[in-house]
Design a protein around this ligand. Structure first.
Ligand SMILES: [Zn+2]
Length: 76
């Protein structure tokens, strides 16, 4: 960035540079946040931040066991 003699102009220019940077960044489809991590997820065409991807695609073993049991009951 270029410094001028006016600190306010410098600050404004700095803000604009940050805004322009953020425009290029991907946005999470689930939470709508700009992703400025060093990685993100693209699952079934959806862009997801790390947190949302973990929330949506992590299966806890207890939940999985419950699901298996429910399905088992239906089959019998
Ligand atoms: Zn998200």
């Amino acid at each position: 960035m270029i410094f001028s003699s006016d600190p306010i102009v410098d600050a404004m220019r700095h803000d604009m540079e940050i805004e322009r940077e953020q425009e290029k960044l991907p946005v999470c489809d689930a939470c709508g946040q700009t992703i400025d991590d060093d990685r993100f997820w693209r699952i079934n065409g959806e862009t997801l931040c790390d947190d949302c991807a973990h929330d949506m695609y992590t299966i806890h073993m207890d939940d999985w066991m419950d699901e298996q049991e429910d399905e088992g009951w239906d089959c019998q």
